[in-house]
Design a protein around this ligand. Structure first.
Ligand SMILES: [Zn+2]
Ligand SMILES: [Zn+2]
Length: 340
């Protein structure tokens, strides 16, 4: 009864290994969560491939965690066993760096604690996490639904709600993948005139089903020109990994428009400086959100019906699920489920 199964990586590019470990006890400020589901995020490759500077092995990946509070440390005031909680990219913070002192926990400069990178994450039966990392899952939202909202969800929702765009503004979502299919739903539910941009007409029906008001096929149309015809975008939410595809939308930004980068671009962006200057246009990135932002994301999703489209794999098939996600074939998020 005191053992648990986890899926670990023991070296950069090493295989996933299913091993048994002792079930750990939470420290004074920590909580033990019985994991029910954990989304597989592209950033899990930082753990699998060892690209995160200073990562220690063995490491259990996973930062899209949904489960039940199982035990709480002696100094934890706000959480009790039995509560349904999520843990996302923001898995804790130092509390004393300049960012933390300004309440900007997700940009913690000293010890950003990402589950699955700084400590063992959700590819396993139990996780120990700082109490500050928990987000309450509202009643009626399943663990499989909550998991992907803890990274992909909060990243798209929180960037959009902080973008400065207001209801009725034109907002474009570039790409219809793991992030983009959530971005379209959130943009639509937040009241934006939502334009989806993707390659080929075959994705238009899905984009419209997800809430897009208009669709631009970037294979046959010039995204910038099409956005200008619609009045110019206040925000382009870039969820793709192609720098060229991002650059191609810059000319479609309205005055004060923003290109918000969520996808890790493989190549540098080509940026013409003068249009940025003359129209006060800008390019910025957005790093998910803190645990309360995740909680807001879960609550908003419950309220409005935003859900990730998930392919579900049992924990034992984590390697297969990970390969499926990395291959780009997943429609649209992959989620591990954990039997106890
Ligand atoms: Zn992630
Ligand atoms: Zn800090």
């Amino acid at each position: 009864m005191s053992k648990m199964r986890v899926v670990q990586v023991t070296r950069p590019n090493g295989p996933f290994e299913i091993v048994e470990r002792e079930i750990p006890e939470p420290g004074a400020d920590s909580v033990r969560v019985k994991v029910e589901a954990c989304g597989i995020c592209h950033s899990d490759s930082l753990t699998k491939e060892g690209a995160w500077p200073g990562i220690q092995y063995p490491r259990v990946p996973g930062h899209e965690i949904a489960g039940i509070v199982d035990a709480v440390g002696q100094d934890v005031a706000a959480w009790t066993p039995g509560q349904h909680v999520g843990i996302g990219w923001h898995g804790g913070h130092c509390g004393y760096c300049d960012s933390c002192r300004r309440g900007d926990f997700v940009t913690c400069q000293i010890a950003p604690q990402v589950p699955g990178i700084a400590y063992d994450g959700g590819y396993g039966e139990y996780v120990i996490a700082p109490a500050s990392a928990l987000a309450l899952i509202p009643e009626g939202l399943s663990a499989v639904d909550a998991g992907p909202l803890m990274c992909a969800g909060v990243t798209t929702f929180n960037s959009l709600r902080n973008s400065g765009a207001r209801p009725g503004d034109l907002v474009a979502v570039l790409g219809i993948g793991g992030l983009g299919h959530l971005g379209i739903q959130f943009a639509s539910k937040l009241g934006f005139r939502t334009v989806a941009i993707a390659r080929g007409m075959d994705k238009e029906p899905l984009a419209r089903k997800l809430g897009a008001w208009s669709y631009i096929d970037s294979k046959t149309q010039d995204p910038a020109a099409e956005l200008l015809k619609l009045g110019g975008a206040k925000v382009v939410l870039a969820t793709v990994t192609s720098g060229d595809a991002m650059s191609a939308t810059l000319g479609g930004l309205s005055v004060n428009g923003k290109l918000v980068i969520l996808g890790a671009a493989a190549e540098p962006l080509q940026v013409p400086g003068i249009p940025l200057m003359l129209g006060r246009r800008s390019i910025l990135g957005w790093p998910s959100g803190s645990s309360i932002d995740s909680q807001d994301t879960l609550a908003f999703s419950k309220l409005t019906g935003v859900r990730a489209m998930n392919e579900v794999f049992p924990l034992e098939r984590a390697a297969e699920g990970y390969e499926h996600m990395m291959s780009g074939k997943a429609r649209f998020r992959v989620v591990l489920t954990i039997e106890h």
